[in-house]
Design a protein around this ligand. Sequence first.
Ligand code: 5AD
Ligand code: SF4
Length: 470
Amino acid sequence: MSENTEMLMPESGVNGNTRKVFVKTYGCQMNVYDSQRMADALGSGGYVETKSPDDADMVLLNTCHIREKAAEKIYSELGRLRKLRAVRRETGRDLLIGVAGCVAQAEGEEIIRREPAVDFVIGPQTYHRLPQVVSQARSGAKVVETDYSVEDKFEHLPAPDRRQVRDRGVTAFLTVQEGCDKFCTFCVVPYTRGAEVSRPVSQIMSEARNLVGAGVREITLLGQNVNAWHGEGPDGAEWGLGRLLHALAGIDGLARLRYVTSHPRDMDDALIEAHRDIECLMPYLHLPVQAGSDRILKAMNRKHTADEYRRLIDRIREARPDIALSGDFIVGFPGETDADFEDTMDLVGDVGYAQAFSFKYSPRPGTPGADLADHVADDVKSERLQRLQALLATQQTAFMKGLENRIVPVLLEKPGRELGQLIGRSPWLQPVVCDETVGKIGDIVSVRISKASANSLLADAVNREVERRA
Ligand code: 5AD
Ligand code: SF4
């Protein structure tokens, strides 16, 4: 049987019902994107997605390996699934258990050794093989598939399913790049996701057009190191992310563009200028710096100093003065002294973040950081993290408060928690709670922000008046 015929064969659950798959996603947005592509691939094998493991015939965990806690979570979840399956089997119904993503890639067969309830393990570059792997696993084989390259993955990626895209809403992710060549000494990504590979321009443009054709208004380009993306444009010239954004901005009906996540070293002039010149490129940039001490930045192999980062931020702000900056920070990297940590606090104070993520350093086996001397005690890490997070929270609140009473364009995304509400998104990525009379899902409406809380904004209910004043 050829691969394609097998993919098109509908599979049935008990009593001839369609089989259901529950995909649980851990980690970054790239995993969210991969989970959707896996669901699309399984859709052509007759599986439909369900939102709960309780009525699923298959549970697929799309895993994250970035910190120890993330990886350990998977084994606790697998323990729960083992019990769920035992209960199921008493009633004559089975449950297939699969592990995908970065833990799958990093640990492979070890996962089945540690948790024999797992039926199959599939690496992040192998998802086009998913229907075959599932078929084999359903016949009782234990399958481990982690051998493919990112190029294979991009070549075989299923096109987004129009119906599923519509169900998923008016915003979408689009992976344009995978892997990383930077080798920061704390990070497992270069080992789990491999070397940097960029997706060809034609594939990206056609996927973007498909998404927009299915009703998507906002696309976020994804990559572990997205601003390292490069490729040959239709004009034969070598394009960087700036050129790609210009091309995407030309797609009729696409209202908003974003990209994540970037490395400071790859913010080239064309990309900075894109923030000045492309109106639909949203004024939000996630640009992790990790630490503020040059000594620690060097030990982390970040390839830039704290002042170089400061100067880069100045240039970006010159290009797009209303840009909201976001970052990632690690406290307690081996050798980090009190003075080094104060440098991080100073850098945060100088830059001013609208939002940020911060973590205690977690030694990852196989990375150079794990073998360094002078590991920082956990209570010191906790104390530093607390101080850093308090400062970042103050900055986030200040940014949010600064939006009060302003008229803001909001992309309406989904119904709110309460009747009569819609949730939209501001250009700076915050959720905005709106009255449903402001417009319909997919519209971009101008609303006045009446109140800012820690993580969301509340818009005026009286929209018509707002529109007149806007
Ligand atoms: N320990 C703690 N945080 C880490 N990150 C990556 N590796 C580690 C680690 N070993 C953080 C970095 C990165 C984000 C995705 O996760 O801040 O930018
Ligand atoms: Fe990891 Fe550094 Fe690459 Fe980011 S740039 S994925 S932190 S190695």
